[in-house]
Design a protein around this ligand. Structure first.
Ligand code: IFM
Length: 448
């Protein structure tokens, strides 16, 4: 019996996303996405790398499901590429695109792994971006239609649906500082995009429920802020409560409107939008990697808290270890975040992403001894247990990521996988952390 035993029914999983693993970007009728365009633009992604081949998961689906089965994984959070389903982002479905995810869901179910698809993990059909992207209201409406198509095909076998992954990134990195596709740098567009992403979420929830979906929710990447009070309050408004409050309370926070007044008067919010967004959710997906330390800095617009919008600065205490992303390792932030979400919004939670990038590759014997990742996982899984002990209803944990993959603007330089991928041969090698995680799953817990 491990020291930290998780409750019966607690789900252990792994996660990936379509553009990061699938490859096959121009096969079987898939249309171009904003990430195809962005990564093909010189200077946007490390060494000009793209997701054209990635982990070739599109052709290795059976092998990858077997891999998860061998680790004892109980749920798989993957994402559906909208441009595979609707190559131009609207109109009838592309049958081959639907068939691929149908097959994946069937293979997972046969392997005893609960499928948890995310409808949008950032690969917007390029045609929709050409028409204005997420700052345009029509994109939200198209998203609702896409959700209805996918729901009609898969809802009978899907356990839990996630509408959006990390709308913070889609809005602020995509439209605020341009570090992600489509690479725009316009604070007003970022805030408008945030609203339309939320509206799209609300429309998708309703479409999925009409299709008979089981559990439906959204995945956020809320930031656990640390630092001076004024800065924490501002950061919390522009990065967190901008999403929490419309989702769970049906209103944007008052202080957000003041903090963003120099960029927008929010007149793009139409009557009825907040009711559409404020749909009952079965749980909330939480992605956590590290806390963020902030200090007040009026006028600082380049803050990574809400690029282009906030006036706070970010810093990292020197004594903390950092991962290969330069992100500080501090597991108590995860407990604090889960406790806070439980207290403020009283919704069941699932940790939908957590993990760390470290460069460790195969040694002379071909083993990948990634002890730093094991330490990271152990402390963060223990932090989830601490939250449960504190009374928080946490339903599961999905490690990011099943395997090394395309880490957006960092290309293949950053490795988050439990499984090592040799991008020349596509050989998958479970790292020591994969064996560690398999043991945690088998025991239903771990020693601290
Ligand atoms: O790889 C990403 C993922 O796509 C979204 N959440 C954060 C991960 C690590 O950066």
């Amino acid at each position: 019996m491990p020291q930290l035993q998780f409750p019966d029914g607690f789900l252990w999983g792994t996660a990936t996303a379509s553009y990061q693993v699938e490859g096959a970007t121009d096969e079987d009728g898939r249309g171009p996405s904003i990430w195809d365009t962005f990564s093909a633009t010189p200077g946007k992604v490390w060494r000009g790398q793209t997701g054209r081949v990635a982990c070739d998961h599109y052709h290795r689906l059976d092998e990858d499901v077997e891999l998860m089965k061998s680790l004892g994984v109980q749920t798989y959070r993957f994402s559906i590429a909208w441009p595979r389903i609707q190559p131009d982002g609207s109109g009838p479905a592309n049958p081959a695109g639907l068939d691929f995810y149908d097959r994946l869901v069937d293979r997972l179910t046969a392997a005893g792994i609960k499928p948890m698809p995310t409808l949008y993990h950032w690969d917007l059909p390029q045609t929709l971006e050409d028409a204005g992207g997420w700052p345009e209201r029509e994109t939200a409406e198209r998203f609702g239609e896409y959700a209805a198509i996918v729901g009609a095909r898969l809802a009978d076998r899907v356990d839990t649906w996630w509408t959006l992954n990390e709308p913070w990134c889609a809005a602020y990195l995509g439209y605020g500082n341009g570090h992600h596709a489509p690479g725009r740098t316009d604070p007003t567009a970022a805030l408008t995009a945030a609203h339309h992403l939320l509206l799209g979420h609300g429309l998708a929830v309703q479409a999925l429920r009409s299709a008979g979906a089981g559990q439906v929710s959204i995945v956020l990447n809320p930031t656990q802020f640390r630092g001076d009070e004024a800065a924490v309050r501002k950061g919390d408004a522009v990065a967190n409560r901008i999403f929490f409050e419309p989702l769970f309370k049906g209103a944007y926070p008052e202080d957000l409107l003041g903090l963003t007044a120099r960029h927008t008067d929010w007149s793009f919010v139409q009557d009825g939008d907040l009711e559409q967004i404020n749909q009952p959710l079965d749980l909330l997906g939480v992605n956590y990697y590290n806390p963020t330390w902030v200090r007040d800095a009026p006028g600082a617009e380049e803050s990574p808290v809400a690029p282009g919008v906030t006036d706070v600065e970010v810093w990292t205490p020197e004594e903390l270890p950092v991962t290969d992303m330069g992100w500080p390792v501090e597991a108590t932030g995860l407990t604090d975040l889960l406790v806070r979400l439980h207290k403020d919004y009283n919704v069941p939670l699932m940790v939908t992403e957590n993990g760390a990038a470290y460069p460790t590759g195969p040694d002379a014997e071909g083993n990948v001894e990634d002890t730093e990742r094991i330490d990271y996982l152990r402390s963060h899984i223990a932090a989830v247990h601490d939250a449960i002990e504190a009374g928080v209803d946490v339903r599961g944990y999905t490690a990011w990521s099943l395997m090394d993959n395309f880490e957006w603007a960092f290309g293949y330089d950053k490795r988050f996988g439990l499984v090592h991928v040799d991008y020349t041969t596509q050989k998958r090698t479970p790292k020591a952390s994969a064996r560690f995680y398999a043991d945690v799953i088998a025991a239903g817990g771990l020693d601290r």
